[in-house]
Write a protein that binds this ligand. Sequence first.
Ligand code: NAP
Length: 247
Amino acid sequence: MNFSGKTAIVTGGSRGIGRAVCLELARGGANVVLCYAGNEEAARATAAECEALGASVLTVKCDVSDSAQVKTLVDTAVTAYGRVDILVNNAGITRDGLLMTMKEEDFDDVTATNLKGTFLCMKAVARQMMRQRYGRIVNLSSVVGVRGNAGQVNYAASKAGVIGMTKSLAKELASRGVTVNAIAPGFIETDMTAAMTDAAKTATLASIPMGRLGQAEDVARAIAFLAAEESGYITGQVLCVDGGMAM
Ligand code: NAP
């Protein structure tokens, strides 16, 4: 896919799905603004891989749940490249546990990063994209936001909320040339899922019609599709990338 001349902000771009998205966009010629929370080593390594593909990359340490830091992230992108064409709201965390034992702070932390972080980033780029009369926003939801999952009340709430925000903002910005879509990955092999027990992985595998766990690249290709200029007539959609899990 061709992203030359385009500038993309990817939150949580240092590792996992976000890293694969940065590489996919860099391969297509985009300028990449890579946001990460604290893992500078991973951020630098991903940036170097993008640069090796010929892309211009900026790495910005930014907690997406902090509005001032998000403003700085977007200002940095606009100052460097003059525009923001693509926003991938990928930064996300889990704090799993059954409701009866889940701490209030586990709910607050997960919704602050996954839900409020997505809100803040969309708000920070919206005016710029409206002015440009062009934009592609892709938000990371989850199969858990579509179907729910025991032990993930907080995460499910955040990811279902992302779907609601995606559809609402899609309606607000449709006439301005800005599309807003969501991706709902199934079980993808990244650091986020690495802590699962073998028994849990085996049980999950049994619920995937394709019979394999997903890879970050499976998700990144779908994100790139929705981020492409050619996808301009698709908005407010939730694309499941899950090997058939949510059917
Ligand atoms: P991951 O490997 O755990 O990576 C998380 C990324 O988010 C890292 O780059 C991390 O930065 C960044 N991050 C975390 N908190 C942040 C914050 N407050 N501000 C800015 N960046 C922050 O996760 P992943 O598996 O690739 O997941 C990526 C997205 O896909 C998440 O939204 C997740 O919910 C969603 N998803 C994943 C799966 C799956 O099976 N893996 C399934 C469905 C949906 P540092 O490197 O600096 O820590």
